[in-house]
Design a protein around this ligand. Structure first.
Ligand SMILES: Nc1ncnc2c1ncn2[C@@H]1O[C@H](COP(=O)(O)OP(=O)(O)OP(=O)(O)O)[C@@H](O)[C@H]1O
Length: 885
C-alpha cells in the first residue's frame, strides 16, 4: 500500500481496542504502527495490512492527545498528513490539530470508528442493541421506574405512600402505618425509586441493633439493594489511613446504639448522605444522646424518613419531638401543635365534602398532613381475625431459694400447651431477657424441649440463627421465647399462636407484640393466649385491655391516650387491688369509646384521606402492570444471555436457571451470580419462592445488560442481507441511529425532561433520505443474517461511501438535537415553574411547606437548565442492508 506516510493515524481492523495507532516506520514492504494505548508497536506487511485509515470530516468531534475535544470545521491535507481545523468545546477557541496529535482514545464515535475499521457484528446483536436502547428510554420515562421490581404484592396503600413521598423535593416525612403494614417496604420503595432515578445516591439507615440484619436481608430480598452494616469494628478497619469509613459504601446500615455512642458522629455528618432512614423512631427521645446525634444528622441530610408504628408511644410530646426532627421551623411550639390537633374534627368534616386539588390543599393544611402518613388495618381490610384465649391459673407463693419456674403454674401450663399445639409453632413474648433464659431452662429441664431464644443480650448472628432454628419446619424448635425489645420489628407472620407470658402496661407495647404475627403475609387467624395467675397484675391488665378496650382482638390506636389518662389509677390498682376496680373499667371503656369516635371522625379520617387515595393507587398499579411488560423482558433477556454466553436452563413455566459459561462475551456481568441463579419475571412466582431472583427492568442484572448493550460497542455496526425482488441486486441502504441523552449526574434527575432519545435516518445508495417512507420494522422483517466474513467484505467495500453519507447527515442530526434541547428546556421551565407556583401558593396557607422545598425547585431548575445545555449526541448504531436476491 503506497498511501502510508509517517505520522498518519490508522486503526487495527482486528483489534480496535488498541485505539488509534501512528505510523512510525515505513520500510518498503513493511509498515510499523505504534499504539500509544499500550506503547506496543506492530509490524505489518504493507500490501495487506489489516489497517484502516482514520479520516475525520467536517462536523465531527475529535479529541486531542491533551484530552480536550473539538468540533472539526475544516480538513486539509499536507504531504499525506491530515490537518484538522476546528473549535474547542471547552473554551470555544479556534484550533489547528495535525492528525499526529489526535488522542489515541477514539471513543467519541465508536460506531463510526468500527465502520472505518471495517468491523461488523451479527444482525441479531444489532437488533438487541436497538431493543436495549428502546427499553431503556421507556423505563426512564415510566412513572413507576424503581417500583417495578420490588418483590411485593401490589398493595395500594404502600404504593400510594411510596410514590407520593418519592416524588417530593427533599421528602422529610414520618411513615407511621400501623404495626406490620409495611413501613419498611414503603421506605425500600422510596429509596429504590429515588436511587434509580438519580434523586438520591447515598443512604444511611439507623435501626435498633436487633433489626440490622433483618433490614439487610429485606432490602436485598425485596429490592435487590445491597446494604452494608457498619459497626465500630468495621469503621476502625476502614479508617486506618485516616479516611472517612462511610465513603467506602453507598448504602449503609448502622444501629441506633452506634449513633448514640457518638464515636463516629463527625464522620457520619461529613459522609454526604442524601437520604436518612430511621426505623422504630419512637426510640428517639429528646434529651438523649441518640436523639441529639440523630437531630444533627437530620439537619445535615436533605431527605429524611422516620418510621414508627406507634408515633405517640412516648406521648404527644414525644411525637412532637420527632416531628421536630423533620421540620424544626414548622414544629417549634408544642402548645400550638396540641392546639391544632384539637381542630381535627372540623377539618375532617370539611375534607369529606371535597375532592381533588381542593382536598389536597385542605389536607396539606392539617397539621401533620404533608409530614405524616398513617395507614390503618381498618381502612385496608383483608387482615386476619384475632382471637383471645385466656387461662386463669391458681396463685402460688414461691419458695425461697428455688427457681421460680419450678412452681409457677404458667410453666406447667406452657408445657401442656406445647404438647397440645403440635405441630403448630408458638411465639412467646415476655418482658425481660432473664425471664426468657429462665423459661428456656425450665422447658429444657422439665419437658426436654429445646426452645429457640431471642433477647437483647444475644449477638445478631445468634438471634438470626435462633430465628432460623425456629422457622425450620423439619428439625426446628416448636417455640421461640422472646423478650420485649428483642423481638420488636421482627417478622413472624408464619406463626399463628402467640403466648403472652406477661402483659405490658403500655398499650403500644401490646400492639407491637401482637404485630409480630398480625402482619402482612399472615395466612391464618391469630390466636393470642394469655395464661395468668389469679389476682396477679396480669389478671388486672387482661381485664383492663380486653374489657376496657378490646385491645387483643382489635388494633388499639387510642390505647396510649387512655393509658395516659388512667396511668395513676391503673398504678394504684396494680399496687393494691385484687381485681380491676369497676370505676376504672367503666372510665376506661367510656374514654376509649369517646376517643375512638372522635378520632374516627377527626384525626383518623384526615390521616386516612392523606395516607391513601384509592384512585391514584389504582393508577399506579395499572402502570406497574403495564410497564413491567414481563414477556418482553423475558424475550429480551433470553436473547441477551444467548448472545453473551450465559447458559440457561428452563426449570418450569416461570423459572429459569442462568449461569455464566466459559464462553462469556465479557468477563462478568453485574447482578449475575458467579455460580448461577434461578430467575423469574413473574411476580407471583417471585413471591412464592423468595430465594430466586425477581427480574424486572429495575433489577441490577437487567440494568447491567442494558448498560452493556447501550454504552459499549456491541452491535453498533452490522450488515444484513435483504431479499427483495423488487429492488436491483446490490442495492444497499444505510440506516443510522443517533442517540442523545443528558449525563446522569447529581440529584437533579434531568433525564425526567430529557430521556434518552433517538433519531433514525435511512438512506439509499444514492444518499436519498427514505426515513419516513420505509419503517425500521419493515426492513428488519426482510433482513437476514450474513456470515461474518461476507459482512466484513461488504463493510470494507462500502465504508467510504457510508462515511461520506454520515458526514452529510451530521447537520441534520445537529438540527434535531437543537430541537430536542429547545423542547426539553421549554418543558422543564414550564413544569418546574408550575411546581414552584403551586408550592408557593400552598405555603401562603400552610406553614408545613418548608422553604427548602421551594428553594430546591429553584436549585433544580438552574441545574436542569445547565444540564440541558449539554446533552451528548452520538451515532449509536449503523446498519448496512444489501439486497442479494
Ligand atoms: N406488599 C407486600 N408484599 C409482600 N410482603 C409484604 C408486603 N408488605 C409487607 N410485607 C411483609 O409484611 C411484613 C411487615 O412488613 P414491614 O416489616 O415492612 O412492616 P412494618 O410496618 O415496618 O412493621 P413494624 O411496625 O413491625 O416495624 C414483612 O414481613 C414484610 O416483608
Amino acid at each position: 500500500m503506497s498511501e502510508f506516510s509517517l505520522g498518519q493515524r490508522w486503526l487495527s481492523e482486528t483489534e480496535t481496542s488498541l485505539g488509534l495507532g501512528i505510523i512510525t516506520h515505513i520500510d518498503g514492504r513493511q509498515v510499523t504502527v505504534m499504539f500509544p494505548s499500550n506503547g506496543e508497536s506492530r509490524i505489518y506487511a504493507s500490501h495487506d495490512a489489516p489497517l484502516a485509515r482514520l479520516q475525520l470530516s467536517e462536523g465531527q468531534q475529535a479529541k486531542h492527545a491533551d484530552d480536550w475535544s473539538f468540533t472539526i470545521t475544516d480538513v486539509k491535507e499536507q504531504s499525506g498528513l491530515l490537518i484538522y481545523f476546528g473549535q474547542r468545546l471547552d473554551d470555544q477557541s479556534e484550533v489547528m490539530v495535525p492528525e499526529s496529535q489526535l488522542s489515541h482514545q477514539i471513543d467519541i464515535n465508536p460506531a463510526l470508528t468500527r465502520l472505518v475499521a471495517g468491523n461488523a457484528d451479527r444482525h441479531d446483536l444489532y437488533l438487541l442493541r436497538n431493543q436495549a436502547s428502546e427499553f431503556y428510554a421507556r423505563w426512564q420515562q415510566s412513572p413507576v421506574a424503581g417500583l417495578l421490581g420490588a418483590r411485593i404484592g401490589l398493595l395500594p396503600h404502600q404504593l400510594y405512600v411510596s410514590h407520593t413521598v418519592a416524588e417530593r423535593y427533599h421528602p422529610r416525612v414520618l411513615l407511621a402505618d400501623e404495626v406490620g403494614l409495611g413501613k419498611t417496604i414503603e421506605a425500600g420503595m422510596v429509596m429504590q425509586r429515588r436511587l434509580l432515578t438519580g434523586r438520591n445516591h447515598r443512604v444511611l439507615v439507623i435501626v435498633p441493633e436487633s433489626l440490622r440484619n433483618q433490614w439487610l436481608v429485606e432490602m436485598r430480598r425485596r429490592f435487590a439493594l445491597t446494604f452494608s452494616v457498619f459497626d465500630e469494628e468495621r469503621c476502625q478497619q476502614l479508617s486506618d489511613e485516616g479516611a472517612n469509613p462511610f465513603f467506602a459504601e453507598q448504602l449503609i446500615i448502622v444501629s441506633d446504639q452506634f449513633v448514640a455512642a457518638g464515636e463516629w458522629q463527625s464522620q457520619l455528618q461529613q459522609a454526604e448522605f442524601d437520604l436518612l432512614v430511621v426505623d422504630e423512631a419512637h426510640h428517639m427521645q429528646a434529651g438523649t444522646a441518640g436523639y441529639e446525634h440523630t437531630e444533627a444528622l437530620c439537619q445535615n441530610i436533605s431527605d429524611v424518613l422516620l418510621l414508627t408504628a406507634t408515633p405517640e408511644q412516648e406521648g404527644s410530646e414525644g411525637h412532637f419531638q420527632r416531628l421536630r426532627l423533620l421540620d424544626p421551623n414548622r414544629f417549634n411550639s408544642l402548645d400550638d401543635f396540641q392546639q391544632q390537633q384539637s381542630h381535627y374534627r372540623e377539618l375532617a368534616e370539611q375534607a369529606s365534602q371535597l375532592t381533588g386539588e381542593a382536598l389536597d390543599q385542605l389536607l396539606d393544611q392539617h397539621s401533620t398532613g404533608r409530614v405524616m402518613f398513617r395507614n390503618r388495618r381498618k381502612h385496608i381490610g383483608g387482615f386476619p381475625q384475632r382471637h383471645l384465649h385466656s387461662y386463669a391459673l391458681p396463685e402460688f407463693m414461691p419458695e425461697s431459694g428455688e427457681p421460680w419456674w419450678l412452681e409457677d403454674p404458667r410453666v406447667s401450663w406452657l408445657m401442656d400447651f406445647l404438647k397440645a399445639q403440635k405441630p403448630h409453632k408458638t411465639l412467646l413474648i415476655c418482658h425481660s431477657a432473664e425471664q426468657v433464659l429462665d423459661l428456656s431452662e425450665a422447658l429444657r429441664v422439665m419437658a426436654g424441649v429445646h426452645a429457640a431464644v431471642f433477647h437483647e443480650g444475644m449477638s445478631l448472628l445468634e438471634r438470626d440463627r435462633a430465628a432460623a432454628f425456629f422457622a425450620s419446619d423439619e428439625d426446628g424448635s416448636p417455640i421461640l421465647l422472646c423478650s420485649e425489645i428483642g423481638s420488636e420489628g421482627r417478622n413472624f407472620q408464619f406463626v399463628q399462636h402467640l403466648v403472652l407470658f406477661d402483659l405490658p402496661e403500655n398499650p403500644d407495647l401490646l400492639e407491637q407484640r401482637i404485630g409480630r404475627l398480625d402482619r402482612i403475609g399472615q395466612q391464618g387467624d391469630v390466636h393470642i393466649h394469655v395464661p395468668y395467675l389469679q389476682h396477679s397484675d396480669e389478671a388486672l391488665l387482661l381485664d383492663w385491655y380486653h374489657l376496657g378496650m378490646n385491645a387483643f382482638e382489635q388494633c388499639n390506636p387510642v390505647g396510649r391516650q387512655v393509658y395516659e389518662a388512667e396511668r395513676d389509677a391503673l398504678q394504684r390498682a396494680l399496687n393494691s387491688a385484687e381485681s380491676l376496680p369497676d370505676d376504672l373499667l367503666q372510665r376506661t371503656r367510656n374514654y376509649h369509646q369517646q376517643l375512638v369516635q372522635e378520632t374516627e371522625a377527626g384525626r383518623d379520617k384526615l390521616q386516612e384521606l392523606n395516607a391513601c387515595r384509592p384512585e391514584a393507587a389504582a393508577q399506579l398499579i395499572q402502570h406497574i402492570n403495564n410497564d413491567a411488560d414481563a414477556d418482553a423482558l423475558y424475550d429480551f433477556m433470553e436473547s441477551f444471555w444467548d448472545r453473551f454466553g450465559v447458559n440457561t436452563e428452563v426449570l418450569d413455566e416461570h423459572r429459569m436457571f442462568v449461569k455464566p459459561s466459559e464462553h462469556m462475551r465479557v468477563p462478568a456481568i453485574p447482578g449475575l451470580a458467579e455460580d448461577g441463579m434461578t430467575i423469574t419475571v413473574d411476580r407471583d412466582t417471585a413471591l412464592a419462592f423468595e430465594d430466586i431472583e425477581f427480574l424486572s427492568w429495575d433489577h441490577p442484572h437487567v440494568q447491567a445488560a442494558i448498560e452493556l448493550l447501550t454504552t459499549e460497542d456491541f452491535g453498533s455496526v452490522c450488515v444484513a442481507r435483504l431479499q427483495n425482488k423488487a429492488l436491483p441486486a446490490g442495492a444497499w441502504f444505510l440506516e443510522l441511529d443517533y442517540v442523545t441523552e443528558v449525563p446522569r449526574s447529581d440529584n437533579i434527575a434531568a433525564q425526567e425532561f430529557y430521556p434518552q432519545q433517538r433519531l433514525r435516518i435511512l438512506l439509499d445508495s444514492q444518499g436519498r433520505d427514505l426515513s419516513d417512507k420505509v419503517p425500521r420494522d419493515a426492513l428488519t422483517q426482510q433482513a437476514s443474517f450474513l456470515d461474518k466474513k461476507t459482512a466484513r467484505q461488504i463493510v470494507r467495500q462500502l465504508r467510504d461511501s457510508a462515511q461520506q453519507f454520515i458526514q452529510q447527515q451530521q447537520p441534520t442530526a445537529e438540527a434535531w438535537l437543537q430541537q430536542r434541547i429547545e423542547q426539553a428546556c421549554d418543558q422543564a421551565q414550564q413544569r418546574l415553574s408550575q411546581q414552584k407556583q403551586r408550592l408557593v401558593a400552598l405555603k401562603e396557607k400552610n406553614p408545613a411547606v418548608r422553604d427548602d422545598e421551594i428553594n430546591a425547585i429553584d436549585a433544580r431548575q438552574t441545574a436542569v437548565m445547565q444540564a440541558l445545555k449539554q446533552p451528548t449526541l452520538s451515532l449509536f448504531a449503523i446498519r448496512i442492508l444489501v439486497n442479494q436476491t
